[in-house]
Design a protein around this ligand. Structure first.
Ligand code: HEM
Length: 510
């Protein structure tokens, strides 16, 4: 028997004994505190409830929540976890007790693919995270920064319209997923990296694989003693993706440094990477009482976080919405009528038109309800022991908010919950999607809520409005609307498993 297999069996037996004989830390702490753990299915030794997550965990967790309720306790390997599945419970975790749940767990994905959590999304709650968040909002995600890139978005989306017009003239079927993915990646590259990056498609591919790996339930994060065996092969893949990403980022930074040397500050358009480089070896936020000096690794980690967050999210949202519109000719017609009424048939949509497009707003909300891009948000971790409504939650518990389940709960949305029906938001204008209404949380809520919400929304609404205004869309011949494949591909951001293909026909007057 090979030494590795022998060691694995020995560890297995020891853990089995350990997990059946010794009481679990959370159970012990819950006894001491007088509270009870939330209800949940019985965990197996070693893996706990990991086997119940299925390949689409949001769906597996929905079935479990039906049985055990909206605050459910799970054991993911050795990690205690709480799954939140109702608006009321989400409000408790993301608002009432926001500070207790504002941290993120340390996971292999961020260790290997985000420079040991030196970016924003996976850094632990505290002064470093606060400083990075402030910096990114100020230098990239503020209303004025987003507005300053309006002309770039107009031009990039205009180019896509031109290319689709050519396909329409040739009566071609278009790979909508690829086109939209490239557009969003291009726009993000210009904003963040300042360039139409030569090998951005390689970067895009790497980011996509990285996001899928981050979303997966990695045994090594939950059963640490099995980590060296890398049974799922994720660690090896993450290390490889991390190295490849680093090469691309180094190249980008070196190009920026070279340009700065050549031009010696004579160019005035600084992109996000330029701004970060100009802060190198200086305090991130001199006003803050905690001083963090930015080095090269911090810069790479922060840039990477922004790229990762920007690439797949809006693109997935646009693809899901177009898919639903293709399945629902009634809603497509209503939306085109609104665009015709507000904009007319003789010009393209402008960003300033968006605020007048109420039906579009409802369509986007409805799409986020059925297809939240991050169905389980980004995992949180509790900072201290806490008892909520009689449920004891031990420090360092993993908190999973299942927004996908909330979006499909008939008690929240009425019986036609599976139907794509934007009109449900007509009398419901109070349902905002910025994290104030816990029925609809596509961008999360509270301290760790998405800081890129305004950019994400303007990208999603603008591209959708343009595509639906300029073109009529048909499915490829032989595919009926009812047969349009809507299979999901689970990851930190959940897109379509298969590309959306459709045939455009130009509909504006020349
Ligand atoms: C439609 C587009 C987008 C959607 C649906 C989306 C959704 C989300 C969600 C659900 C979270 C987790 C929130 C939580 O834990 O409560 C999040 C976090 C985050 N998002 Fe977005 N996002 C989008 C676009 C963007 C963009 C364009 C950026 C920046 C370029 C961005 C940057 C981030 C960052 C950095 C975090 C982590 C925040 C933290 O941990 O403090 N997002 N996003």
């Amino acid at each position: 028997m090979s030494p590795i297999i022998f060691l694995a069996i020995l560890l297995l037996i020891l853990t089995l004994l350990w997990s059946t004989i010794l009481p679990r830390a959370d159970q012990k702490a819950s006894k001491n505190s007088g509270g009870k753990l939330p209800p949940g299915p019985r965990p197996l030794p070693i893996i706990g409830n990991l086997h119940q997550l299925t390949s689409l965990p949001h769906r597996g967790l929905q079935s479990l929540a039906k049985k055990y309720g909206p605050i459910m306790s799970l054991r993911l390997g050795q990690v205690p976890a709480v799954v939140v599945s109702s608006p009321e419970a989400a409000e408790l975790f993301l608002k009432t007790y926001d500070t207790v749940f504002a941290s993120r767990p340390r996971v292999q994905a961020s260790e290997y693919m985000s420079y040991g959590s030196k970016g924003m999304a996976f850094s632990e709650y505290g002064p470093y995270w606060r400083n990075v968040r402030k910096l990114c909002i100020l230098q990239l995600l503020s209303a004025s920064k987003i507005e300053s890139f309006a002309a770039m978005r107009r031009s990039e989306v205009g180019e896509l319209v031109k290319s689709l017009r050519r396909s329409a003239a040739a009566r071609e079927v278009v790979d909508v997923s690829r086109k939209v993915g490239e557009l969003i990646a291009d726009m993000a590259c210009v904003m963040i990296l300042g360039v139409d990056l030569e090998d951005k498609y390689h970067l895009k591919e790497l980011v996509h694989v990285g996001l899928c790996l981050t979303g997966n339930f990695n045994l090594a994060d939950y059963v640490p003693f099995l980590a060296p065996l890398d049974l799922q092969g994720y660690t090896r893949r993450m290390k490889k993706v991390g190295k490849d990403l680093d090469k691309v980022l180094e190249k980008i930074i070196m190009e920026h440094e070279q340009r700065a040397r050549e031009q010696q500050g004579r160019y005035d358009h600084k992109d996000f990477v330029d701004v970060l480089l100009s802060l190198m070896n200086q305090p991130m936020n001199p006003q803050d009482q905690h001083i963090y000096i930015i080095d090269r690794t911090n810069i790479k980690a922060i840039v990477l976080d922004m790229v990762v967050a920007a690439f797949d999210t809006s693109a997935a949202a646009i693809q899901w919405t177009l898919s639903e519109l293709l399945k629902s000719p009634r809603v497509m017609k209503n939306l085109q009528e609104e665009l015709e009424r507000v904009i007319g048939m003789d010009r393209l949509v402008e960003e300033k038109d968006l605020e007048k497009l109420d039906y579009l707003d409802m369509v986007v909300k409805e799409s986020f309800r059925l297809h939240p891009v991050a169905p389980l948000l980004v995992p949180r971790e509790s900072i201290e022991d806490v008892t909520i409504e009689g449920h004891f939650i031990v420090k360092k518990s993993r908190i999973i908010v299942n927004t996908w389940t909330i979006g499909r709960d008939p008690n929240v949305w009425s019986e036609n919950v599976e139907e794509f029906y934007p009109e449900r938001f007509i009398d419901n204008n109070v349902v905002d999607l910025r994290g104030h209404d816990f029925r609809l949380l596509p961008f999360g809520s509270g301290r760790r809520g998405c800081p890129g919400i305004s950019l994400g929304l303007v990208n999603t609404r603008f591209v959708l409005a343009q595509l639906v205004h300029c073109f009529s869309w048909e499915l490829p011949s032989g595919v009926e609307t009812k047969d349009l494949d809507m299979t999901e591909m689970f990851g930190l951001s959940m897109g379509r498993a298969n590309h959306l293909l459709a045939k455009p026909t130009y509909r504006l007057l020349d």
